[in-house]
Ligand binder design. Structure first.
Ligand code: 2RA
Length: 352
């Protein structure tokens, strides 16, 4: 019989994309159960062209379920993932809570599918969206040329912060629209937003309209942002290179959805632009858009809503041997979150 799937966090930014993704991919599921906080229980949402009533998160809600996907805040996963796993289903967790634990695999199906089989706790983690935005491409290049170092700058979309992110960007843009004087004097955007009575509860530590904000996530020792450390630690684990050198700077930009990364990647041996084109063209989940002489490169506005990882601007670094510079875009709500989780669920289901 077909496996039953539960989606926990069905009403959030990723949950919404998740419902759309499971509705549009090949339907391998028996029941699809929607679960959310008590506040959202009773809501009716569409999945696979059917109305489904959202159920509250309780231990019993996992009874009869084979696979659960959690997309909830870290502290909710910390409490509820073990409860769900103890009731039988295999849990795929999107939070940061379990990703770096040795007995929990961290899986990107096109890079390390076999890791999903070794899950002693019945839990599989799915990476952070920033890491995921480059993993399909970097995994394919690593498989042939062996990665040694990554230096990354991110350009992260506001929807990475949840539904409050786009809401804030739209509010700020609306408040500033038509004012052709803003952005020309220090602090003038903040003042203009205050004059328009925009509440001071932004998910971002500075105005996001007309700006870039060099901060994503929480504060960590040494002045690192949590997103930067996730990029390092998760890349090492997924690629299976414990000593991979990684340094990242994560920046929030006024883009609604789709993270971009500028990647400086050193390999063990020589790699040309033509080599990279060949590898990436053969990678099933990567789209090469690399013809800058004709204005062809990926941008978030073109990539948003699409499943693959888009790569362009591939150059051989002039002053660094065995090194490429490239630009990657990936929809942070699709491959960056819901799609990768759905793909792991399909992988696990195929082996049940
Ligand atoms: C962000 N990567 O973009 C995060 C979400 N976990 O904020």
């Amino acid at each position: 019989s077909r496996p039953n799937l539960a989606l926990v966090g069905a009403t959030g930014a990723v949950g919404t994309v998740m419902r759309e993704i499971v509705s549009s991919r090949e339907d391998i599921w028996g029941e699809i159960r929607l679960v959310a906080s008590a506040r959202s229980a009773g809501k009716v949402l569409r999945v696979r062209d059917e109305d489904v009533v959202v159920r509250a998160l309780t231990p019993e809600v996992f009874d009869g379920i084979d696979i659960v996907i959690f997309d909830v805040p870290d502290e909710v996963s910390a409490e509820w993932v073990p409860i769900a796993a103890a009731r039988g289903p295999i849990v795929i967790d999107k939070s940061g809570t379990f990703r770096m634990e040795a007995d929990v695999p961290l899986v990107v199906p096109e890079v390390n599918p076999l890791d999903a089989r070794n899950r002693p706790r019945g839990v599989i983690s799915t990476p952070n969206c920033t890491t995921l935005s480059m993993m399909a491409a970097m995994g394919a290049l690593h498989a042939e040329y062996t990665l040694k170092e990554l230096v990354v700058a991110s350009y992260q979309a506001v929807s990475g912060a949840g539904v409050v992110g786009p809401a804030r960007l739209y509010d700020e843009v609306e408040a500033l629209a038509g004012d052709r004087s803003v952005g020309q004097a220090s602090g003038d955007v903040r003042k203009a937003l205050a004059n328009k009575q925009l509440p001071d509860d932004s998910p971002f530590p500075a105005p996001i309209a007309f700006n870039v904000v060099p901060w994503a996530g929480s504060y960590k020792d040494g002045g690192w942002a949590s997103e930067e450390l996730k990029l390092r630690n998760e890349s090492r684990k997924i690629l299976g290179i414990p000593d991979l050198k990684v340094s990242a700077t994560c920046v929030r930009v006024p883009v609604v959805t789709t993270h971009s990364l500028a990647v400086h990647a050193r390999f063990e041996r020589e790699i040309t632009v033509a080599d990279a084109h060949r590898v990436l063209e053969a990678a099933p989940t990567v789209v090469l858009m690399d013809d800058p002489a004709n204005g062809v490169f990926p941008t978030p506005l073109e990539v948003v809503g699409n499943d693959p990882t888009y790569v362009g601007r591939i150059r051989q670094a002039i002053d660094f041997p065995n090194t490429l510079d490239l630009f990657v875009c990936g929809d942070n709500l699709r491959k960056g979150a819901a799609l990768n989780a759905a793909e792991i669920a399909e992988l696990v289901a195929s082996e049940l």
